[in-house]
Design a protein around this ligand. Structure first.
Ligand code: MV4
Length: 447
């Protein structure tokens, strides 16, 4: 087992990883930028190293700075958390060269899944369903127009380097193709330095349902059930839950088997997420694979009663997986509390937190690194807390979430708490009748 883990991250996930390390009797090293001197991850780690100025590019994203911190503290492993360097194949490679264990998959897994066309081709070979579309990259405009007509409109133009909706366009009909082709390519070039494009049939009103998988170093892969992440705004998830209200035993069986096949085919090592689009007929299609621990992992932890960070560390240390797939017991929902003003287009609202009283009680979990008197710096993500509720049924879980939201006090900044309070009362949400388009026509003021 590792003796000392350096956490190449900040905020709630850094704290989350420190907690598990303490339970496993592993020493921890925090790294921090000058904007994060007062952060809890710095106080709770055994050691802390300042790695530079606030800009991520000169601190949390700087491979040389992180490797220097590893060297002076003698850490034997790095946990990258989510975001920052967590899906950087070059970083995983550098760790390998230094003989430091990167707690995550192999560099080739990250590289393969990071390129969407390669990921899709790999999934086809693994026998995982994908959205019908172009056979790999599209050569040029004429090729694209021909392929789109063959597939049939509406189609979706996607960037192979994409993710988070960048370089992605819906094309309703043939006459709209050229302008969308040009703007998607431009955006992809500007965002990723890669204008490789592929085309898919547009799946109408899809749900986003993802499967948590775990693979060990011996080729064994199991799934830990799904999370429904359909409640999103501009490709930012706001609420996640397990089970999905749309799930059936039969669909879980089929999607779970496909997710496991995906992992087995690439000999995936570590925790990962296979994302699917699911249409109203319950057809499902591979969308992307995330090769990191995700923000919403607590939803799964609550319904399967396992610590996923502990699983990550054990697998990285070479321990085998015991047992089979896990099915959810009860229901869990996570609301992301962001320092944003939901009444003002979710505009970021950094600043000093004057008072902070976190929700508590049976079945309530709050993952956060903020506290009363803390100043949220403007340089990073606006998520300041995750409120996770667990109960026996979805109905009880929503009711508990309403109670927990009502007792959450955060003063001094604007937060997304009022948004969640309104969502929990929404009849369509309560019925489980929603898809990824739900928030497009959701009005906060309308109640
Ligand atoms: C799609 C789609 C419909 N049809 N692909 C959005 C992010 C990117 N990873 C893939 N996305 C989508 N791909 C086809 N062929 C609809 C979306 C999509 C979406 C997917 C999941 C969650 C929220 C979404 C919001 C808008 C569009």
């Amino acid at each position: 087992m590792f003796k000392k883990i350096l956490i190449a991250n900040r905020g709630e996930i850094a704290l989350r990883i420190i907690r598990t390390c303490r339970e496993m009797n592993i020493k921890t090293v925090a790294v921090y930028s000058t904007a994060d001197r007062e952060s809890l991850h710095v106080r709770f780690a055994d050691e802390a190293v300042c790695i530079g100025p606030p800009a991520s590019s000169e601190s949390y994203l700087s491979i040389p700075k992180i490797m220097a911190a590893v060297e002076i503290t003698n850490a034997d492993a790095i946990h990258p958390g989510y975001g920052f360097l967590s899906e950087n194949a070059d970083f995983a490679e550098v760790c390998k060269e230094y003989g430091i264990k990167f707690i995550g998959p192999q560099p080739e897994h990250i590289r393969k899944m990071g390129d969407k066309v390669t990921a899709k081709e790999t999934m086809i070979k693994a026998g995982v369903p994908v959205v019908p579309g172009s056979d790999g990259l599209v050569k040029d405009l004429a090729d694209g127009q021909r392929i789109a007509s063959e597939i049939g409109f509406p189609v979706m133009i996607k960037a192979t380097a994409g993710g988070g909706g960048k370089g992605m366009r819906i094309v309703p009909k043939a006459e709209d193709f050229e302008k969308n082709w040009n703007s998607a390519r431009q955006e992809a070039k500007a965002s990723f330095g890669n204008d490789g494009i592929y085309i898919e049939k547009f799946v109408e009103e899809p749900r986003h349902i993802e499967f948590q998988i775990v693979g060990d170093q011996f080729g064994k892969v199991v799934h830990l059930s799904e999370r429904d992440c359909s409640i999103q705004r501009r490709h930012q998830k706001l609420v996640e839950e397990c089970p999905s209200p749309f799930m059936t035993d039969e669909l879980r069986e089929k999607m779970g088997a496909a997710a496991v096949r995906a992992g087995e085919f690439i000999k995936y090592e570590g925790v990962g997420t296979v994302e699917f689009l699911v249409d109203k007929y319950r057809n499902f299609y591979f969308m992307e694979m995330n090769t990191r621990i995700q923000v919403e992992h607590p939803v799964t932890e609550e319904v399967i009663d396992h610590d996923l960070i502990k699983e990550q560390i054990k697998i990285a240390a070479g321990e085998p997986i015991i047992g089979g797939n896990y099915l959810p017991v009860g229901h869990a929902i996570e609301c992301r509390i962001n320092a944003e003003d939901p009444f003002n287009n979710f505009r970021p609202s950094p600043g000093k937190i004057k008072s902070f009283h976190s929700s508590k009680g049976h079945g309530v979990r709050v993952d956060t690194a903020v506290y009363a008197g803390y100043t949220i710096p403007p340089f990073y993500d606006s998520m300041i807390a995750k409120l996770i509720c667990r109960a026996r049924t979805r109905e009880e879980c929503i009711t508990k979430m309403e109670r927990a939201l009502d007792e959450f006090i955060i003063e001094g900044i604007k937060t997304t708490v009022p948004f969640h309070q309104r969502l929990m009362k929404d009849p369509k949400f309560r019925e489980g009748d929603f898809n990824t388009g739900f928030l497009n026509d959701f009005d906060l003021e309308d109640r």
